[in-house]
Design a protein around this ligand. Structure first.
Ligand SMILES: *Cc1c(COP(=O)(O)O)cnc(C)c1O
Length: 404
Protein backbone atom coordinates (compact mmCIF):
# COMPACT_ATOMS: atom_id res chain seq x y z
CA UNK A 1 0.00 0.00 0.00
CA UNK A 2 1.13 3.54 -0.72
CA UNK A 3 2.18 5.49 2.37
CA UNK A 4 0.53 8.91 2.43
CA UNK A 5 2.06 11.80 4.29
CA UNK A 6 -0.85 13.76 5.74
CA UNK A 7 -1.29 16.67 8.11
CA UNK A 8 -3.99 19.15 9.09
CA UNK A 9 -3.11 21.15 5.95
CA UNK A 10 -4.14 18.17 3.83
CA UNK A 11 -7.67 18.68 5.10
CA UNK A 12 -7.99 21.99 3.29
CA UNK A 13 -6.58 20.42 0.11
CA UNK A 14 -8.78 17.38 -0.22
CA UNK A 15 -11.82 17.62 2.07
CA UNK A 16 -15.17 19.25 1.36
CA UNK A 17 -15.05 22.36 3.55
CA UNK A 18 -18.18 21.62 5.61
CA UNK A 19 -16.07 21.12 8.77
CA UNK A 20 -13.37 23.20 10.42
CA UNK A 21 -11.43 20.72 12.56
CA UNK A 22 -9.01 21.80 15.28
CA UNK A 23 -5.38 22.42 14.34
CA UNK A 24 -3.97 19.04 15.39
CA UNK A 25 -4.45 15.53 14.03
CA UNK A 26 -5.02 12.88 16.72
CA UNK A 27 -3.44 9.53 15.92
CA UNK A 28 -3.99 7.35 18.98
CA UNK A 29 -6.36 7.02 21.92
CA UNK A 30 -6.53 4.99 25.11
CA UNK A 31 -9.27 5.41 27.68
CA UNK A 32 -9.87 9.13 28.08
CA UNK A 33 -6.49 10.15 26.66
CA UNK A 34 -5.55 11.02 23.09
CA UNK A 35 -2.22 11.75 21.40
CA UNK A 36 -1.70 13.84 18.28
CA UNK A 37 0.86 13.60 15.43
CA UNK A 38 3.37 15.55 17.52
CA UNK A 39 2.96 13.22 20.48
CA UNK A 40 1.12 15.83 22.55
CA UNK A 41 -1.32 14.32 25.05
CA UNK A 42 -4.92 15.40 25.61
CA UNK A 43 -7.65 14.59 28.09
CA UNK A 44 -10.85 13.82 26.23
CA UNK A 45 -14.05 15.47 27.50
CA UNK A 46 -15.56 15.34 23.99
CA UNK A 47 -15.88 11.58 23.67
CA UNK A 48 -16.26 11.86 19.90
CA UNK A 49 -19.52 13.80 20.60
CA UNK A 50 -21.06 11.41 23.13
CA UNK A 51 -19.95 8.35 21.15
CA UNK A 52 -16.91 6.85 22.89
CA UNK A 53 -18.90 5.86 25.95
CA UNK A 54 -16.21 3.41 27.05
CA UNK A 55 -13.28 5.61 26.08
CA UNK A 56 -10.89 4.86 23.26
CA UNK A 57 -9.91 1.31 22.37
CA UNK A 58 -11.61 -0.36 25.33
CA UNK A 59 -9.98 -3.83 25.53
CA UNK A 60 -13.35 -5.67 25.49
CA UNK A 61 -14.51 -3.82 22.40
CA UNK A 62 -11.18 -4.35 20.64
CA UNK A 63 -11.31 -8.05 21.48
CA UNK A 64 -14.84 -8.34 20.17
CA UNK A 65 -14.12 -6.38 17.01
CA UNK A 66 -11.11 -8.53 16.24
CA UNK A 67 -12.82 -11.82 16.86
CA UNK A 68 -15.88 -10.85 14.77
CA UNK A 69 -13.53 -9.55 12.04
CA UNK A 70 -12.26 -13.08 11.56
CA UNK A 71 -15.79 -14.53 11.31
CA UNK A 72 -18.20 -12.41 9.29
CA UNK A 73 -18.53 -8.72 8.50
CA UNK A 74 -21.49 -8.15 6.27
CA UNK A 75 -24.36 -9.90 4.54
CA UNK A 76 -27.07 -7.30 3.79
CA UNK A 77 -30.62 -7.96 4.95
CA UNK A 78 -31.19 -10.67 2.40
CA UNK A 79 -29.88 -12.77 5.31
CA UNK A 80 -30.02 -12.07 8.99
CA UNK A 81 -27.05 -12.70 11.30
CA UNK A 82 -26.32 -13.72 14.88
CA UNK A 83 -24.82 -10.45 16.20
CA UNK A 84 -27.81 -8.42 14.88
CA UNK A 85 -30.31 -10.84 16.42
CA UNK A 86 -28.48 -10.89 19.73
CA UNK A 87 -28.21 -7.10 19.85
CA UNK A 88 -31.91 -6.73 19.03
CA UNK A 89 -32.76 -9.20 21.77
CA UNK A 90 -30.60 -7.31 24.26
CA UNK A 91 -32.15 -3.95 23.34
CA UNK A 92 -35.68 -5.28 23.71
CA UNK A 93 -34.75 -6.67 27.12
CA UNK A 94 -33.27 -3.43 28.38
CA UNK A 95 -36.14 -1.05 27.48
CA UNK A 96 -39.83 -0.76 26.51
CA UNK A 97 -39.22 -1.80 22.91
CA UNK A 98 -40.38 -5.07 21.35
CA UNK A 99 -38.99 -4.51 17.85
CA UNK A 100 -35.75 -3.09 16.45
CA UNK A 101 -34.72 -1.59 13.10
CA UNK A 102 -30.98 -1.24 12.56
CA UNK A 103 -29.17 1.44 10.58
CA UNK A 104 -25.83 3.24 10.71
CA UNK A 105 -26.35 6.61 12.32
CA UNK A 106 -28.63 8.80 14.38
CA UNK A 107 -29.92 10.54 11.28
CA UNK A 108 -30.95 7.25 9.73
CA UNK A 109 -32.64 6.10 12.94
CA UNK A 110 -34.65 9.33 12.91
CA UNK A 111 -35.40 9.07 9.20
CA UNK A 112 -36.86 5.63 9.92
CA UNK A 113 -38.86 7.01 12.88
CA UNK A 114 -40.24 9.97 10.90
CA UNK A 115 -41.26 7.73 8.01
CA UNK A 116 -42.80 5.21 10.39
CA UNK A 117 -44.98 7.75 12.24
CA UNK A 118 -46.37 8.90 8.89
CA UNK A 119 -46.92 5.34 7.72
CA UNK A 120 -48.61 4.33 10.96
CA UNK A 121 -51.03 7.26 10.75
CA UNK A 122 -51.63 6.54 7.06
CA UNK A 123 -52.42 2.90 7.82
CA UNK A 124 -54.69 3.59 10.80
CA UNK A 125 -56.32 6.93 9.98
CA UNK A 126 -55.44 8.27 6.55
CA UNK A 127 -53.05 10.55 4.66
CA UNK A 128 -54.42 13.76 6.24
CA UNK A 129 -52.94 12.70 9.60
CA UNK A 130 -49.34 13.53 8.71
CA UNK A 131 -48.27 16.52 10.77
CA UNK A 132 -45.17 16.23 12.91
CA UNK A 133 -44.67 18.53 15.90
CA UNK A 134 -41.10 19.22 16.97
CA UNK A 135 -39.34 21.96 18.91
CA UNK A 136 -37.18 25.00 18.46
CA UNK A 137 -33.43 24.37 18.84
CA UNK A 138 -33.87 20.59 18.59
CA UNK A 139 -31.46 18.54 16.51
CA UNK A 140 -32.28 15.31 14.73
CA UNK A 141 -29.51 14.89 12.16
CA UNK A 142 -28.59 16.20 8.73
CA UNK A 143 -30.69 14.45 6.09
CA UNK A 144 -33.26 16.74 4.50
CA UNK A 145 -36.11 15.26 6.57
CA UNK A 146 -33.97 15.40 9.73
CA UNK A 147 -32.99 19.06 9.31
CA UNK A 148 -36.63 19.85 8.54
CA UNK A 149 -37.88 18.25 11.75
CA UNK A 150 -34.91 19.75 13.64
CA UNK A 151 -35.52 23.17 15.13
CA UNK A 152 -32.46 25.04 13.88
CA UNK A 153 -33.45 26.96 10.73
CA UNK A 154 -29.79 27.59 9.81
CA UNK A 155 -29.44 23.88 8.91
CA UNK A 156 -32.25 24.18 6.33
CA UNK A 157 -30.95 27.34 4.71
CA UNK A 158 -30.31 26.88 1.01
CA UNK A 159 -31.89 23.44 0.83
CA UNK A 160 -35.51 24.35 0.04
CA UNK A 161 -37.96 22.98 -0.80
CA UNK A 162 -38.00 20.85 2.34
CA UNK A 163 -40.66 18.25 3.29
CA UNK A 164 -43.98 19.75 4.34
CA UNK A 165 -46.10 19.08 7.41
CA UNK A 166 -43.65 19.93 10.20
CA UNK A 167 -44.50 22.44 12.97
CA UNK A 168 -41.91 23.84 15.41
CA UNK A 169 -42.94 25.00 18.87
CA UNK A 170 -41.08 26.48 21.83
CA UNK A 171 -39.48 23.70 23.93
CA UNK A 172 -40.96 23.04 27.40
CA UNK A 173 -44.07 25.13 26.59
CA UNK A 174 -47.07 22.98 27.52
CA UNK A 175 -49.64 25.63 26.51
CA UNK A 176 -48.14 26.02 23.03
CA UNK A 177 -48.24 22.26 22.61
CA UNK A 178 -51.87 22.05 23.71
CA UNK A 179 -52.78 24.81 21.28
CA UNK A 180 -50.96 23.28 18.30
CA UNK A 181 -51.76 19.58 18.51
CA UNK A 182 -54.75 18.30 16.54
CA UNK A 183 -56.12 15.12 15.06
CA UNK A 184 -53.90 15.79 12.05
CA UNK A 185 -50.83 15.37 14.25
CA UNK A 186 -49.16 12.01 13.66
CA UNK A 187 -46.26 12.49 16.09
CA UNK A 188 -44.49 14.65 18.64
CA UNK A 189 -40.71 14.36 18.35
CA UNK A 190 -38.34 15.50 21.09
CA UNK A 191 -35.01 15.00 22.79
CA UNK A 192 -35.33 14.37 26.57
CA UNK A 193 -32.32 16.69 26.85
CA UNK A 194 -31.65 18.87 23.80
CA UNK A 195 -27.99 18.19 23.11
CA UNK A 196 -26.79 20.24 20.13
CA UNK A 197 -29.32 22.94 21.04
CA UNK A 198 -27.44 23.80 24.25
CA UNK A 199 -27.91 20.93 26.75
CA UNK A 200 -31.48 21.88 27.66
CA UNK A 201 -33.44 19.29 29.69
CA UNK A 202 -37.14 18.78 29.05
CA UNK A 203 -39.20 19.47 32.17
CA UNK A 204 -41.10 16.52 33.69
CA UNK A 205 -44.43 18.37 33.16
CA UNK A 206 -43.62 18.88 29.49
CA UNK A 207 -42.85 15.20 28.91
CA UNK A 208 -46.00 14.21 30.79
CA UNK A 209 -48.11 16.63 28.73
CA UNK A 210 -46.58 15.38 25.47
CA UNK A 211 -47.50 11.82 26.42
CA UNK A 212 -51.08 12.72 27.39
CA UNK A 213 -51.67 14.85 24.30
CA UNK A 214 -50.34 12.11 22.04
CA UNK A 215 -52.75 9.65 23.66
CA UNK A 216 -55.70 12.04 23.29
CA UNK A 217 -54.97 12.69 19.62
CA UNK A 218 -53.86 9.24 18.61
CA UNK A 219 -50.37 10.48 17.81
CA UNK A 220 -47.07 8.73 18.47
CA UNK A 221 -44.45 10.04 20.88
CA UNK A 222 -40.89 9.82 19.52
CA UNK A 223 -37.89 10.30 21.80
CA UNK A 224 -34.66 11.04 20.00
CA UNK A 225 -32.16 9.52 22.45
CA UNK A 226 -29.29 9.53 19.99
CA UNK A 227 -27.28 11.71 22.37
CA UNK A 228 -28.94 10.98 25.73
CA UNK A 229 -29.10 7.21 25.30
CA UNK A 230 -26.97 4.25 26.33
CA UNK A 231 -26.00 5.32 29.82
CA UNK A 232 -25.24 8.97 29.10
CA UNK A 233 -27.59 10.36 31.77
CA UNK A 234 -26.96 7.64 34.34
CA UNK A 235 -30.05 5.72 33.15
CA UNK A 236 -29.69 3.31 30.25
CA UNK A 237 -32.15 5.56 28.39
CA UNK A 238 -33.03 9.00 29.69
CA UNK A 239 -36.80 8.32 29.53
CA UNK A 240 -36.42 5.68 32.23
CA UNK A 241 -36.64 8.01 35.19
CA UNK A 242 -39.22 10.37 33.71
CA UNK A 243 -42.31 8.21 34.15
CA UNK A 244 -43.01 8.74 30.44
CA UNK A 245 -42.54 5.97 27.90
CA UNK A 246 -42.30 6.85 24.20
CA UNK A 247 -43.75 4.82 21.31
CA UNK A 248 -40.53 5.09 19.33
CA UNK A 249 -36.99 5.70 20.55
CA UNK A 250 -34.00 6.39 18.34
CA UNK A 251 -30.52 5.48 19.49
CA UNK A 252 -27.02 5.74 17.99
CA UNK A 253 -23.83 7.57 19.13
CA UNK A 254 -22.80 5.63 22.30
CA UNK A 255 -24.57 2.51 21.04
CA UNK A 256 -21.51 1.37 19.10
CA UNK A 257 -18.92 2.84 21.47
CA UNK A 258 -17.22 4.34 18.39
CA UNK A 259 -18.33 1.92 15.69
CA UNK A 260 -21.06 3.39 13.45
CA UNK A 261 -24.45 1.90 14.29
CA UNK A 262 -27.95 3.22 14.93
CA UNK A 263 -31.31 1.75 15.78
CA UNK A 264 -34.97 2.64 15.93
CA UNK A 265 -36.80 0.91 18.77
CA UNK A 266 -40.56 0.54 18.99
CA UNK A 267 -43.52 -1.62 19.93
CA UNK A 268 -44.80 -4.54 17.88
CA UNK A 269 -48.04 -2.66 17.18
CA UNK A 270 -46.25 0.35 15.67
CA UNK A 271 -43.56 -1.75 13.98
CA UNK A 272 -46.25 -3.54 11.98
CA UNK A 273 -46.64 -0.45 9.81
CA UNK A 274 -43.15 -1.13 8.44
CA UNK A 275 -44.23 -4.19 6.47
CA UNK A 276 -42.05 -6.10 4.05
CA UNK A 277 -40.38 -3.75 1.56
CA UNK A 278 -41.54 -0.51 3.23
CA UNK A 279 -38.10 0.65 4.38
CA UNK A 280 -34.53 -0.65 4.39
CA UNK A 281 -30.77 -0.22 4.61
CA UNK A 282 -27.95 -2.21 3.01
CA UNK A 283 -25.62 -1.89 5.98
CA UNK A 284 -28.28 -1.89 8.71
CA UNK A 285 -27.62 -4.81 11.05
CA UNK A 286 -24.04 -5.18 9.80
CA UNK A 287 -22.55 -8.08 11.77
CA UNK A 288 -19.34 -6.30 12.74
CA UNK A 289 -21.22 -3.21 13.97
CA UNK A 290 -23.78 -5.23 15.92
CA UNK A 291 -21.14 -7.38 17.52
CA UNK A 292 -19.26 -4.34 18.85
CA UNK A 293 -22.52 -2.68 19.93
CA UNK A 294 -23.59 -5.77 21.85
CA UNK A 295 -20.28 -5.77 23.71
CA UNK A 296 -20.68 -2.03 24.40
CA UNK A 297 -24.21 -2.19 25.79
CA UNK A 298 -23.44 -5.29 27.84
CA UNK A 299 -20.67 -3.35 29.59
CA UNK A 300 -22.74 -0.18 29.93
CA UNK A 301 -25.94 -1.79 31.24
CA UNK A 302 -24.35 -2.31 34.63
CA UNK A 303 -25.79 -0.83 37.83
CA UNK A 304 -22.40 0.17 39.20
CA UNK A 305 -21.28 1.82 35.95
CA UNK A 306 -24.56 3.74 35.67
CA UNK A 307 -24.43 4.83 39.33
CA UNK A 308 -20.86 6.06 38.79
CA UNK A 309 -22.07 8.28 35.92
CA UNK A 310 -24.12 10.30 38.41
CA UNK A 311 -21.16 10.50 40.79
CA UNK A 312 -18.92 11.78 37.99
CA UNK A 313 -21.58 14.35 37.11
CA UNK A 314 -21.21 15.79 40.61
CA UNK A 315 -17.44 15.98 40.24
CA UNK A 316 -17.78 17.80 36.89
CA UNK A 317 -20.28 20.20 38.43
CA UNK A 318 -18.08 20.96 41.46
CA UNK A 319 -15.03 21.57 39.29
CA UNK A 320 -16.95 23.83 36.90
CA UNK A 321 -18.42 25.76 39.81
CA UNK A 322 -14.99 26.28 41.27
CA UNK A 323 -13.74 27.64 37.91
CA UNK A 324 -16.78 29.88 37.87
CA UNK A 325 -16.18 31.12 41.43
CA UNK A 326 -12.83 32.40 40.25
CA UNK A 327 -13.63 33.72 36.78
CA UNK A 328 -17.43 34.21 36.60
CA UNK A 329 -17.73 33.05 32.98
CA UNK A 330 -20.79 30.80 33.30
CA UNK A 331 -24.42 31.72 33.93
CA UNK A 332 -25.54 28.15 34.45
CA UNK A 333 -24.20 24.61 34.60
CA UNK A 334 -26.78 22.06 33.50
CA UNK A 335 -27.41 18.62 32.09
CA UNK A 336 -27.53 15.16 33.54
CA UNK A 337 -25.00 12.40 34.02
CA UNK A 338 -22.14 12.92 31.58
CA UNK A 339 -23.94 15.26 29.24
CA UNK A 340 -23.01 18.61 30.71
CA UNK A 341 -23.44 22.15 29.45
CA UNK A 342 -21.93 25.34 30.87
CA UNK A 343 -23.58 28.43 29.45
CA UNK A 344 -21.29 31.41 28.99
CA UNK A 345 -22.21 34.82 30.41
CA UNK A 346 -23.45 37.40 27.85
CA UNK A 347 -19.97 38.94 27.80
CA UNK A 348 -18.64 35.74 26.24
CA UNK A 349 -21.58 34.94 23.97
CA UNK A 350 -20.49 33.78 20.54
CA UNK A 351 -17.04 32.88 21.89
CA UNK A 352 -17.53 29.17 22.68
CA UNK A 353 -15.11 28.24 19.90
CA UNK A 354 -12.37 30.37 21.48
CA UNK A 355 -12.69 28.42 24.73
CA UNK A 356 -12.45 25.20 22.73
CA UNK A 357 -9.25 26.28 21.00
CA UNK A 358 -7.70 27.55 24.24
CA UNK A 359 -8.58 24.27 25.98
CA UNK A 360 -6.97 22.28 23.16
CA UNK A 361 -3.79 24.34 23.65
CA UNK A 362 -3.84 23.30 27.30
CA UNK A 363 -4.34 19.63 26.43
CA UNK A 364 -8.10 19.27 26.76
CA UNK A 365 -10.61 18.27 24.12
CA UNK A 366 -14.19 19.38 24.63
CA UNK A 367 -17.25 20.52 22.71
CA UNK A 368 -19.61 23.41 22.27
CA UNK A 369 -23.38 23.23 21.87
CA UNK A 370 -24.10 26.32 19.82
CA UNK A 371 -22.02 29.50 20.17
CA UNK A 372 -22.72 30.10 23.89
CA UNK A 373 -22.51 26.76 25.66
CA UNK A 374 -19.45 24.66 26.48
CA UNK A 375 -20.40 21.00 26.35
CA UNK A 376 -18.82 17.88 27.82
CA UNK A 377 -19.77 14.33 26.85
CA UNK A 378 -16.83 12.17 27.92
CA UNK A 379 -16.44 8.46 28.36
CA UNK A 380 -18.84 7.10 30.98
CA UNK A 381 -15.87 5.48 32.70
CA UNK A 382 -13.51 8.45 32.63
CA UNK A 383 -11.32 8.18 35.76
CA UNK A 384 -11.94 10.87 38.40
CA UNK A 385 -8.30 11.81 38.14
CA UNK A 386 -8.66 12.52 34.41
CA UNK A 387 -11.67 14.69 35.22
CA UNK A 388 -9.58 16.71 37.70
CA UNK A 389 -6.64 17.05 35.30
CA UNK A 390 -8.96 18.04 32.45
CA UNK A 391 -10.57 20.65 34.67
CA UNK A 392 -7.15 22.01 35.61
CA UNK A 393 -6.48 22.41 31.87
CA UNK A 394 -9.85 24.12 31.38
CA UNK A 395 -9.07 26.47 34.26
CA UNK A 396 -5.77 27.48 32.63
CA UNK A 397 -7.59 28.01 29.33
CA UNK A 398 -10.29 30.16 30.95
CA UNK A 399 -7.64 32.16 32.82
CA UNK A 400 -5.81 32.89 29.56
CA UNK A 401 -8.97 34.01 27.81
CA UNK A 402 -10.24 36.15 30.67
CA UNK A 403 -6.88 37.79 31.32
CA UNK A 404 -6.36 38.68 27.66
C1 LIG B 1 -25.97 13.44 16.83
C2 LIG B 1 -27.44 13.47 16.85
C3 LIG B 1 -28.19 13.05 15.73
C4 LIG B 1 -27.55 12.67 14.43
O1 LIG B 1 -26.78 11.53 14.53
P1 LIG B 1 -25.73 11.18 13.36
O2 LIG B 1 -25.15 9.87 13.80
O3 LIG B 1 -24.77 12.31 13.29
O4 LIG B 1 -26.51 11.04 12.10
C5 LIG B 1 -29.57 13.01 15.85
N1 LIG B 1 -30.18 13.37 16.99
C6 LIG B 1 -29.49 13.79 18.07
C7 LIG B 1 -30.24 14.13 19.33
C8 LIG B 1 -28.11 13.87 18.04
O5 LIG B 1 -27.43 14.31 19.10
Amino acid sequence: MTEYSVSRATFDDVMVPNYAPQKVVPVRGKGSRIWDQEGKEYIDFAGGIAVNALGHCHPELVKNLKSQADKLWHLSNVYTNEPALALAQALTEVCFAEKVFFCNSGTEANEAAFKLVRKYAYDHTGPEKHEIISFNSSFHGRSLFAVTVGGQPKYCEGYAPVPAGVTHLPFNDVEALKAAISDKTCAIVLEPIQGEGGVIPATPEFLQAARELCDQHNALLVFDEVQTGVGRTGEFYAYMNTGVVPDILTTAKSLGGGFPVGAMLTTTEVANSFGFGSHGSTYGGNALACSVALAAITLINDDQLLANVSGKHQLFRRELESINDEFGVFTEIRGKGLLIGAELTPEWHGKGKEFLAAAAEEGLMMLVAGPNVLRMAPSLIIPDDDIRQGMAALKRAVAKIVQN
